[in-house]
Design a protein around this ligand. Structure first.
Ligand SMILES: Cc1cc2nc3c(=O)[nH]c(=O)nc-3n(C[C@H](O)[C@H](O)[C@H](O)COP(=O)(O)OP(=O)(O)OC[C@H]3O[C@@H](n4cnc5c(N)ncnc54)[C@H](O)[C@@H]3O)c2cc1C
Length: 387
């Protein structure tokens, strides 16, 4: 494993960082204060991101993306992750790679418009009664007169207000297993405007202002067979095949924000004087900086190793869980310590720190909570010895 970056990777980092600093940072204060991302601003920044070759760069080259290896993609994510989430997620979109699992017609209808910046996707699994335990979902898809009829509620669905369609996972049947009955899940494409499908405002959220979540309601929403993504009853299989790397994406965006907070803390520790000297000269502060830098490096290495193994075809669920768990917990620690180093100023919204601290909170919850990541890691350890 080579720890250095290639010339191309260095260029990806520089180009993405320049875009984030020059085009996204100037709009952060507005989004933070209003909690809203203006459509005219989205369109302006989206056009610039497309022009810079940064839009949908997560996608393979043959469908119009940048065709990056996993580490290069994650370096790009790390840079984007420095900025306000709503800004980078909406204006420099990375369409879900589950769209690659679609049929030729589905690719024409959903994947390519997302890559061109003409449509946005969103993905709905979570329900009020089924979060970590997704197999417990009750929203259902039943066969009726040659169609599928969807009923039920999904909540916490990110970006659904802006999205043009949703990929929704529904309980479509049950099978008998040695451990009892198991729900079968099917994934469907549902367009906004389909009769029986409603998107309602979700909850106000402490993290990621401007990045909304919605409640989706399905009330006898009728879909043809052509709306099924992947195979009937194999929704989790298609999700597992295509969504594995999203935990690494969360890890990388967290690393970018953690680095931004650390750089603020280092600069402030060198500038701010109390008791006649730089506060960075006090061991109480300098040791914090040392721990922050060391933990960030540990999280970076876990993520990079997982990325490298991903491309070798040897990555395990535990590798990706470790990267997500460590990066999200390190971000929380660094955000908190960066505020401590800034004293009262750290809490004021002149600096991005209070925001990074708030934003850090959701990262230990979505894409699998920290407890679920620990469960995945320990399960792999125990299975190896027959546990
Ligand atoms: C802002 C936001 C945006 C989101 N966006 C989306 C989206 O776009 N699409 C989507 O489908 N979902 C989305 N989610 C849902 C997210 O993935 C869930 O919140 C997450 O999976 C946890 O589910 P839950 O909130 O229902 O918590 P629960 O599953 O009810 O968990 C509650 C607590 O119990 C713990 N717990 C649960 N099971 C175990 C266990 N076996 N062992 C130990 N501890 C356990 C959890 O770790 C947690 O601490 C979003 C959530 C948020 C907050």
């Amino acid at each position: 494993m080579d720890f250095g970056l290639t010339e191309e990777q260095r260029m990806i980092v520089e180009t993405t960082r320049a875009f984030v600093e020059n085009e996204l940072y100037p709009h952060e204060a507005e989004v933070e204060r209003t909690g809203h991302l203006r459509m005219d601003l989205i369109r302006e920044l989206q056009a610039k991101a497309i022009e810079a070759g940064l839009y949908a760069a997560n996608m393979p080259e043959e469908v119009g993306g940048a065709g990056l290896d996993t580490l290069s993609w994650l370096l790009y994510e790390r840079e984007l992750g420095r900025a306000n989430y709503a800004l980078h997620w909406t204006c420099v979109a990375r369409p879900s790679n589950i769209l690659l699992a679609g049929s030729a017609e589905q690719r024409e209808k959903y994947l390519f418009p997302c890559i061109r910046g003409e449509k946005w996707d969103c993905l709905a699994m979570t329900e009020p009664g089924a979060g970590s335990d997704l197999r417990g979902m009750t929203a259902s898809a039943k066969r009726e007169g040659g169609d599928w009829v969807l009923n039920g509620t999904k909540h916490f669905i990110s970006h659904a207000d802006l999205a043009d369609f949703v990929i929704v996972f529904m309980a479509s049947g049950e099978e008998d297993t040695p451990r009892g009955k198991k729900k079968l899940i099917t994934a469907f494409f549902v367009d906004k405007g389909t009769p029986g499908f409603t998107v309602r405002d979700g909850y106000r959220n402490v993290s990621h202002r401007g990045y909304t979540n919605s409640v989706l309601e399905f009330d006898n929403c009728r879909l043809p067979d052509a709306a099924v993504l992947g195979e009937v009853h194999k929704g989790f299989e298609v999700a597992n095949t295509w969504l594995g790397a999203t935990r690494l994406q969360v890890a990388s965006t967290c690393l970018g924000r953690a680095d931004r907070a650390l750089q603020h803390a280092i600069s402030y520790a060198a500038e701010r004087k109390q008791f006649g000297q730089q506060i960075g000269k006090f061991q109480g502060i300098s040791f914090k900086l040392a721990d922050m830098a060391m933990e960030l490096k540990a999280a970076e290495l876990l993520t990079r190793e997982a990325a490298w193994k991903f491309d070798q075809g040897s990555v395990t669920e535990a590798d990706m869980s470790m990267a997500k768990l460590k990066a999200t917990e390190v971000l929380a620690m660094i955000a908190d310590e960066a505020i401590q180093i800034h004293g009262g100023m750290g809490l004021m919204d002149e600096l991005p720190l209070e925001r990074i601290w708030r934003d850090a909170r959701v990262e230990r919850i979505w894409e699998g909570t920290s407890e679920i990541q620990r469960h995945i890691i320990s399960r792999e350890l125990l299975r190896a010895v027959g546990g």
